[in-house]
Design a protein around this ligand. Structure first.
Ligand code: HEM
Length: 129
């Protein structure tokens, strides 16, 4: 059952699998025309954002709390208040994740589960109508 213990972390291929997912996520963000506005919110070099997102997802999926270890605690919606996120930016972010998931060797039901789960913090990070 995804969500129990570290089952999601395992299904995502552990930290290495999550790093591959995050690399593909930012590659999608760098190339998809729908993501141009969202990409502009990030710094030119995505190395640190990639390290942060991979570490965050690791703990969020029930694995080791690698984000907290290195960067401290974070509340996703509060952190994102500094960026103007509307439904369009939310959906562009999720689209990048969907494209990245397509490239992973995950089970289809896990990909669907992950997209449903990610919608929650993405929608909670929306701060524009
Ligand atoms: C809803 C659409 C989203 C947009 C437009 C967005 C955008 C951004 C931007 C612009 C940054 C800052 C990068 C930087 O300056 O270094 C960032 C950082 C981050 N985002 Fe998002 N994000 C979204 C959703 C999410 C979601 C759903 C999650 C988690 C599941 C997430 C997790 C993070 C993390 C962990 C960081 C790094 C925080 C830090 O600097 O310590 N984001 N995001």
């Amino acid at each position: 059952m995804y969500g129990d213990g570290d089952s999601s972390f395992q299904a995502a291929g552990g930290y290495e699998g999550i790093c591959r997912l995050v690399d593909d996520f930012y590659q999608a963000m760098d190339t998809l025309p729908q993501a141009i506005e969202v990409r502009a919110m990030y710094p030119p070099d995505l190395e640190i954002p990639a390290d942060k997102l991979a570490r965050f997802l690791c703990g969020w999926l029930g694995g080791p709390k690698l984000y907290r270890e290195k960067y401290g605690s974070i509340t996703i919606p509060a952190f994102h208040r500094q960026f103007p996120i509307d439904a369009g930016s939310r959906d562009a972010w999720l689209l990048c994740m969907e494209k990245a998931l397509e490239k992973q060797p995950y089970r289809e039901d896990f990909k669907r589960y992950l997209m449903e789960q990610l919608y929650v913090p993405a929608e909670r990070s929306r701060n524009r109508p």
